[in-house]
Design a protein around this ligand. Sequence first.
Ligand SMILES: [Zn+2]
Length: 165
Amino acid sequence: MKQGVDIYVCGAQSWPMSQTIFSTALGEAARYEGSTKALADKLHVPENTLGRWMSGKAEMPLRAFYKLLDLIAQHERKPQASSGSLDIASAGMLSFKIAHALAQCPQCGESEFARADPAQPLKLASRLRCVSCGAEVIHRALITQFAEQVSFHSRRHAGAKHKAA
Ligand SMILES: [Zn+2]
């Protein structure tokens, strides 16, 4: 007799694979600002540049990412933002993606997190807990550090190519 294969496992899979920390944050901020045009104005970039960042066709510069996090943090401090903003994988595990990389736990290197307080909406100021080792990290610190790491590696990569040419 054939054993049933468990294909109903979801959890981390509820996070769409195309979704990166940049596209997630940009999508949320565009919602607060009312439109992508309004967000593009706030970030001082043309709307088509913003569109490329949102679709992942171009990597968002760190400076623009910091500015974006500031906009989201400002919004989160408003009382009506109580529903939570970056609450995409509300039930399951959280992972944070840029291109093909995932943010890793600073303690153990695993890349699945859960909210430290599952009753609270996910905000930049939220504490996250590593699913593997239980280490806690602030959401904003984790994604900021991760964006810096990825940007550092891609810059080094670009630099090496440039030298070789
Ligand atoms: Zn860990």
